[in-house]
Design a protein around this ligand. Structure first.
Ligand code: SF4
Length: 345
């Protein structure tokens, strides 16, 4: 059992409190002290009777706290946080500011098993899944450190969220709770390389954050060169899962497409993308490839990105070009962990 109170929903906290012989309503103090004030000492939750605080500690419950070990600021205002977990592992998160909106790009794993070629994290050794408390902890710590109200969450940092499904969904629920950070469900986006079990499971949840597919190629042969997970999850299987997700939820999908020079950025690739998106309500984000050590991909030149975008727009697919922010501090899309690739940790 995970004894970290930071990773518990209010329903779970009520159960814990009741099991210790106290009134369920006391759970709301635990939740609000952790998620509104970022308290990490059970004894500081003073509305709880002293006896309950002692019982919680005696049973082994605790409140995890990520340690900030480095913070870098890009001239464009993007901030990258390097955190240390209790077992001395490192994770990174990014705070983006756009027209007054504050977005945090969260990590869900330490390292990643999936090895996408365009992504620095994929070159690091996979260590473990983050707990729900550690996922939420990134938001709580950044929010307190920056003094900012966080408006948006994107699960696009280190790790594949659906490889850590339960903890990711628990984190979504905790962040959505009005007694805590109160971040709207439509202001939270989960990005997947296409883990179809995760897409189908999410469709059956009672909450539906936004869903993004990290696609990068519109045919399996090319996609396998960029996203090795394509060997296990062919496009047809992914597209079927997306269609069924959309039938159940009515939600629009975001397609993430990293633009790599002379690999996936031709007019022909754009036309194939239009073909496979038929029957799916989707918008496309074109992301300029952000270089990192160990990968010899070259970013598409601006004129090719623009042509690609125009082709999609002519087919009535809403398309935007994004995510170049934070490049100077290796905080842009696909760069998290780039500073540690040679160390392979
Ligand atoms: Fe893992 Fe996501 Fe990077 Fe792929 S893009 S290697 S799934 S972190």
């Amino acid at each position: 059992m995970d004894y970290d109170l930071k990773g518990k929903t209010t329903a779970q906290l009520k159960q814990i409190v009741e099991n210790l012989g106290a009134k369920a309503y006391l759970a709301k103090y635990i939740f609000s002290f952790i998620h509104q004030q970022d308290i990490s000492d059970i004894d500081l939750i003073t509305p709880l009777p002293k006896e309950l605080r002692k019982k919680l500690c005696d049973e082994g419950f605790f409140i995890s706290q990520l340690k900030i070990i480095e913070k870098l600021t890009d001239p464009d205002g993007t901030e990258k946080y390097l955190f240390q977990t209790h077992d001395k592992q490192n994770i990174e998160s990014v705070l983006l500011t756009e027209t007054g909106r504050k977005t945090i790009c969260l990590s869900t794993q330490i390292g990643c098993r999936l090895g996408c070629k365009f992504c620095a994290t994929g070159y690091l050794k996979f260590q473990r899944n983050l707990t729900a408390g550690e996922i939420v902890g990134q938001v709580n710590t950044i929010s307190k450190d920056s003094g900012c109200k966080i408006n948006n969450i994107v699960f696009m940092g280190m790790g594949e969220p659906f490889e850590n499904y339960e903890n990711t969904i628990t984190a979504v629920k905790i962040l959505n709770n009005a007694d805590g950070k109160n971040i709207g469900i439509r202001k939270q986006t989960i990005s997947t390389v296409g883990i179809t079990e995760g897409i189908r499971k999410l469709a059956d949840e009672d909450i539906h954050p936004r869903l993004a597919l990290s696609l990068h190629a519109a045919d399996d042969k090319l996609r396998k060169q960029i996203v090795p997970a394509a060997n296990k999850y062919p496009l047809k299987q992914i597209l079927d899962a997306l269609k069924s997700y959309q039938e159940k939820t009515g939600r629009r999908i975001t397609i993430e497409y990293c633009m790599i020079d002379k690999l996936n950025d031709s007019a022909d690739c754009a036309k194939k993308l239009i073909q496979i998106l038929k029957g799916i309500k989707a918008g496309v984000n074109l992301i300029e490839y952000n270089p990192h050590p160990g990968c010899d991909f070259v970013p598409s030149p601006q004129h090719r990105i623009k042509t690609f975008k125009d082709i999609l727009m002519q087919a009535d697919i809403e398309t935007i070009i994004r995510f170049r922010r934070g490049r100077n501090i290796k905080a842009a899309c696909g760069q998290l962990g780039a500073d540690r690739i040679n160390k392979k940790v």
